[in-house]
Write a protein that binds this ligand. Sequence first.
Ligand SMILES: C[S@@+](CC[C@H](N)C(=O)[O-])C[C@H]1O[C@@H](n2cnc3c(N)ncnc32)[C@H](O)[C@@H]1O
Length: 200
Amino acid sequence: MLVGVGIGPGDAELLTLKAVKILGQSAKVYVPGKLAAKLIKPYAASEILTFPMTYNQETLEKHWEENARIIASQARDKLVSFAVIGDPNFFSTFTHLRRIISKQYPEIAIITVPGVSAITSFAARANTQIDHSFEVTDGSENKSKIVLKAVKPRKIAKELEKEGYNEFIYLENLFAEKEHISTVLPEKGSYFSMILARKP
Ligand SMILES: C[S@@+](CC[C@H](N)C(=O)[O-])C[C@H]1O[C@@H](n2cnc3c(N)ncnc32)[C@H](O)[C@@H]1O
């Protein structure tokens, strides 16, 4: 099994208990650079895999494929972690690895452990608060929207369809008892819910 582990924004005390546990249980831990290796040093030894900083798609694919091969050779019969700065599902090297491993080595189960992301943790350091809608961008086209407090899921989706959104996931009580995740939107939602909307 392969686990993409988020290790937080840069402070070894901002790893979650779950991240520390999984890293400790892993037969092998890979990281995409020195910073991640240093950050997890108190909890696990790691091996650095090289991911070049380039926009050359061919070079990138070559390294992703080679690293996917190295990881897959271990993850077939062992618990293997790939530890990344922040959260492994937000603008992460892990997304590319996951895409290649799922396609070329479908026998390997893949899960992720969320990490404290720069996208939320910056507020603590900037000494600021966000309590209104905001945008996160890396300059690419905006194709996702997260709606908080999704108490009227179907009504929300109907409104979003007018903006071109056509894929919806309703998520309630995440990581807790009575967690409920569905693409079938209920008429009424709970306060502890959100909708992820996507457009093509
Ligand atoms: C490839 S993204 C990785 C994001 C990461 N997966 C996360 O969830 O935080 C890298 C970008 O995230 C931001 N970033 C990540 N960690 C940061 C930190 N400790 N301080 C400031 N910005 C950070 C920077 O904009 C950086 O260029």
